[in-house]
Write a protein that binds this ligand. Structure first.
Ligand SMILES: Cc1cc2nc3c(=O)[nH]c(=O)nc-3n(C[C@H](O)[C@H](O)[C@H](O)COP(=O)(O)O)c2cc1C
Length: 253
């Protein structure tokens, strides 16, 4: 039974990591393009109804207007909004035996994803790096310095990350899932983090904010920012969140 660093899943994770020094010359397999939509021209076509009453479902306007937001207003995110977004992404909603089920599904209810965030502009919260304690529904302050700029730099210098009110970062505690599922567990880590990010994005919309998922980052720079050991825990995904920027109308005299 191979130990974690010898598993093909873990090797893939390291081989696909971005590094500032090597990103430009990184070998890329030449894979031919394909059609953007799958079509079955010979199959019977059954049109879907568009006048469905479910259009009234409360989630519909959130899904309809969601767009990745990269330009933010200066207004801070409130603590209440932050708490709601954290709860929506990973909050505990039910208990059964040893399991604490959450707002998002997780393979085998193992919950290998940890949430961190860089607070840049949150009301009543000092800027800095924080960790979400899911069990206690509280946050752990990890730094007293604002990490927004270094997070943006680690995200391939995507400057909007530094302008966002909050930058969420999701890591996987790799063994929590792979000790049960082996190499297949690597897939589950990515799927779990996708569920979490999607809930966050919808919760951002619901609170009058906007979000942009971010997966382009220098892996080890992000891991260093969080002070985690990539053999145990590694960054998988991130998202910037802030108030929607509304340009002021020009006054005409
Ligand atoms: C896995 C994933 C990674 C992404 N990474 C980035 C990123 O690093 N930077 C960025 O600006 N947008 C990123 N995006 C956002 C996409 O560019 C965006 O979802 C896409 O253009 C579709 O636009 P929409 O989200 O507004 O519908 C990412 C989205 C996904 C799902």
């Amino acid at each position: 039974m191979p130990e974690l660093p010898d598993c093909s899943g873990y090797k893939y994770l390291r081989e696909s990591a971005y590094d500032r020094k090597t990103i430009r010359g990184m070998p890329r397999p030449a894979i031919a393009e394909t059609e953007p939509f799958k079509r079955y021209p010979d199959a019977e076509k059954i049109p879907l109804p568009t006048n469905w009453t479910l259009k009234e479902a409360r989630i519909t306007p959130l899904l309809q207007k969601r767009r990745s937001l990269r330009k933010y207003d200066k207004e801070p995110v409130s603590m209440e909004e932050l708490a709601f977004m954290l709860w929506a992404s990973q909050g505990i909603t039910a208990k059964s035996g040893n399991y604490s089920f959450r707002t998002t599904p997780s393979a085998g209810a193992l919950y290998p994803i940890e949430t961190y965030f860089s607070a840049n502009s949150v009301e009543d919260l000092d800027p800095g790096l924080y960790h979400f304690d899911v069990e206690k529904f509280s946050i752990d302050r990890l730094t007293t310095t604002n990490t927004a700029e270094s997070m943006a730099a680690a995200c391939l210098n995507q400057t909007f990350m530094a302008q966002a009110a909050v930058g969420f970062i999701w890591t996987a505690v790799i063994r929590r899932c792979m000790c049960k599922y082996g190499n297949r567990g690597m897939r589950y880590l990515f799927l779990d983090s996708g569920h979490i990010c999607q809930n966050l994005v919808i919760a951002a919309e619901a609170t009058g904010n906007g979000a942009c998922p971010v997966a382009a980052f220098y892996d080890d720079e992000m891991n260093e920012l969080l002070d985690i050991n990539p053999e145990d825990e590694t960054v998988l995904y991130a998202a910037a969140v802030g108030k929607r920027f509304v340009p002021k109308k020009q006054c005409s005299l």
